[in-house]
Structures are given as structure tokens and as C-alpha cells.
Design a protein around this ligand. Structure first.
Ligand code: ATP
Length: 310
């Protein structure tokens, strides 16, 4: 086995999917390090589900080569036994309990039956296993889906938008669960259209938009320029302050009642002091003055041009 195979759970190049003349995944090369939690981020329609489906052998790639868990991407049967997935909505019987649904899957997949209660406990449904699936909240349904994905004790876990539509508490539960799954040394690939939902659980990031790869690498390596600003507002004189700062050569934009001054290479503390002095000298009283940091989400939105499917 090559070092690359040992290092990467997924290593594919040129992954492409066309439907007719429409290219929905375009020449995407991906490396997902073993043991990482990788966030697959992109707006609606970016191609996240299609990429995951190709890795799972559910959709046949139009082009592309590579390996999943050291096996040829084009022979998914060789590796699917070591992969667990939650893709689209989990298909469970609504009238059966969570426990019985998992028991069913154990029988079908010839998994270890003792896993059922263990996994229900892991996903926080230990005392709700006897309840009907149909009575579960969306967050509980997603967590049962994740338990199902873990039945075969997979090395690679692929979760497609597990937090979609789930309330904030449910999202927190799912994030904690993803963290716990990864603690066992598994590789997790998890998608979302919002980085904010995943930013605290992922160590690795893949950003796609309109089928194309925009970024992959460490979370803190996002390439967009720093766009932190000093946000400043004044009592009824924001326009004057804005004009003064622009006249001094600062990049300043009006944002509602406030002015946002791009920090660029300047030291933010010095810039804030300078703005304060400028305002004071002009007889303007500041009502707000603070350093507004660009979030990781803002940086991703810059990469994907702020847009979803056109
Ligand atoms: N079977 C198909 N036939 C034709 N087009 C398809 C098919 N499946 C997906 N697409 C198109 O491929 C594009 C990417 O879809 P995909 O579901 O992979 O995106 P996504 O990033 O997962 O989006 P979402 O967040 O909305 O689920 C979309 O424009 C979609 O309409």
C-alpha cells in the first residue's frame, strides 16, 4: 500500500458528473486525510450530494479516477463495507420504533446485533429507542440515521447535510455527535451549505460552488484577503465622518447608520485611535467604535461569490 493510500481516506482526481449537457460536478480533485473531519461546504445546488453519491457508488462518475480507502473508486463494492452514510433523508419505517428500525438494518446488513443499543446510546436516543420513529423530532431522526450509518463500524462516515432543517439544539447535538464519531479515529466527511454549522467540528475543509472546487485544505488556510473593518458610528454625522475618512485615503463604506473602514495592513488599534481623533477634531461624537472581524463564513461566501444555484 502506498503512503498516499495510508494517508488519505479519499484521493480522487478529475471527478466529473454530467447530466446531458449539464456539468454538475466539474473536474474536482479531492484528498480527504484519514482521521480528519472534513466539511464539504457549498451553496444549494453546488454539487455536494452528487460528489458524495459518486464516492458511495450511487452515481456513476462521467470522469475521474482515484481511490476510496485504498480501493478503486470504480469498484465501490470493494470499499462500501467500510463506509457508512447518511444521504438525503434516511428511509425508516414510521410506525416502527427506532430500535426495531435499527434491528431491521442489522438483519439486512448482517451486522452485530449488540451494536443497536450501544449506538442508540451514542446518538443520545438510549431512552427513546422504543418510541415510534414517526414521533421523533427531525434532529432525532437525523441522529437515528447517523446510528444506522455506524452499524457496520465503518472507517469512513459520509453525512449529507445532517443539520439541515434541524433546530439550534438539534444542531448542537449533531455537532457533538460528529465530534464523538471522529474521536474513535474514523474519517468523517460531512456536508452543509453553511460553514457556521460545522466550523467548530471540522479540521479540514472542501469548498465547492457550481460543481467546481474553490478550496480544500486546513480550516485556517482559507485564501481570501483579510477584510476586517473598524465599524464606527456617530451621532447624526456618519456622512461627515465617512467623507473625512475617505478624504484621508481610507477605504470606507457606509453601512446603514455606520461607516466601515477597511483595516488592510494597518494596525487595528492604531486605526481605531486615529478615527477617534479625527472625529474628535471635527467635533463629531462617536456612538460606536469597534473592530469587526470577518467570520470564516464571510470568507467562504467570498469564495463562492455569495450565490446559490442560478
Ligand atoms: N439526477 C439528476 N439529473 C439531473 N440533474 C441533477 C441530478 N441530480 C442532481 N442534479 C443537479 O446537479 C446539481 C447539483 O446537485 P446536488 O444535489 O449535488 O447539489 P447540492 O450541493 O447537494 O445541493 P443541495 O444543498 O441543494 O442539496 C443541481 O443543479 C441539481 O439540480
Amino acid at each position: 500500500m502506498s503512503t498516499q493510500r495510508l494517508h488519505d481516506a479519499v484521493a480522487v482526481t478529475g471527478l466529473t458528473k454530467r447530466y446531458g449537457r449539464r456539468t454538475v460536478v466539474d473536474d474536482v480533485s479531492l484528498r480527504i486525510p484519514r482521521g480528519s473531519v472534513t466539511g464539504l461546504i457549498g451553496p444549494n445546488g453546488a454539487g455536494k450530494t452528487t460528489v458524495m453519491s459518486m464516492l458511495l457508488g450511487l452515481v456513476r462518475p462521467t470522469a475521474g479516477e482515484g481511490e476510496v480507502l485504498g480501493h478503486d473508486l470504480h469498484h465501490p463494492k470493494a470499499y462500501l463495507g467500510q463506509v457508512g452514510a447518511l444521504i438525503e433523508s434516511p428511509a425508516f419505517h414510521t410506525s416502527m420504533s427506532g430500535y426495531d428500525n435499527l434491528r431491521n438494518l442489522v438483519r439486512l446488513g448482517k451486522h452485530d446485533p449488540s451494536k443497536v443499543q450501544e449506538l442508540l446510546d451514542l446518538v443520545g436516543l438510549g431512552d427513546r429507542g422504543e418510541d415510534r420513529y414517526g414521533a421523533y423530532s427531525l434532529g432525532m431522526k437525523q441522529r437515528l440515521g447517523i446510528a444506522a450509518a455506524l452499524l457496520g463500524d465503518p472507517e469512513l462516515v459520509i453525512l449529507d447535510e445532517p443539520t439541515n432543517g434541524v433546530d439550534p439544539q438539534g444542531m448542537r447535538d449533531i455537532r457533538n455527535l460528529v465530534r464523538r464519531i471522529a474521536e474513535d479515529g474514523r474519517t468523517v466527511l460531512v456536508s452543509s451549505h453553511l460553514l457556521a454549522e460545522l466550523e467548530h467540528v471540522c479540521d479540514n475543509l472542501v469548498v465547492i460552488d457550481k460543481g467546481g472546487l474553490r478550496y480544500q485544505g486546513a480550516m485556517d488556510g482559507l485564501p481570501t484577503a483579510r477584510r476586517d473593518v473598524i465599524r464606527v458610528a456617530a451621532n447624526g454625522s456618519s456622512g461627515n465622518l465617512h467623507e473625512l475618512l475617505v478624504a484621508q485615503g481610507f477605504v470606507a463604506t457606509l453601512s446603514g447608520p455606520a461607516t466601515e473602514v477597511t483595516i488592510g495592513e494597518t494596525d487595528p488599534t492604531e486605526l481605531a485611535a486615529h478615527i477617534n481623533q479625527t472625529a474628535h477634531a471635527a467635533g463629531i461624537t462617536l456612538t460606536e467604535l469597534h473592530h469587526q472581524r470577518q467570520t470564516l463564513e464571510d470568507r467562504v461566501l467570498e469564495l463562492v461569490g455569495n450565490g446559490s444555484e442560478s
